[in-house]
Design a binder for this molecule. Sequence first.
Ligand SMILES: [Zn+2]
Ligand SMILES: [Zn+2]
Length: 126
Amino acid sequence: MNDYYKSCGIPKPITKKKHKKQNGYKNKPYRYCYYCKTNNAECHEVFGGSSRQISIDMGFQVNLCKNCHGGWHAQKEQIWIERKKEWQLKYQLEYEAKLIESGVSKKQAREIWKSMIGKNHTDEIV
Ligand SMILES: [Zn+2]
Ligand SMILES: [Zn+2]
């Protein structure tokens, strides 16, 4: 199989990545919390659950110190409920904007987003 692609001019098909990207803890001492600027921040995935891996692959992440990270995950305080919504909306709109820029319609962009993340984070009912 490999020899075949070496000997002819057809470009090798793109193989799917076998290794999952890690939520790297490297450089942690130099990573600062988005909210309180404390170092040793952890990298948090903005979309969790089954979308966590997508978050890592797409960079839908935010750096949070241990305290803030705990607050986000607890989702008990209004401020963290709001912050979570803000980040999810921000990444959705950014992603959709990129798709629209590449020639996809607004409606299609929303469909692509929903098929990827499973949820629409805007208030629009689409
Ligand atoms: Zn987290
Ligand atoms: Zn913090």
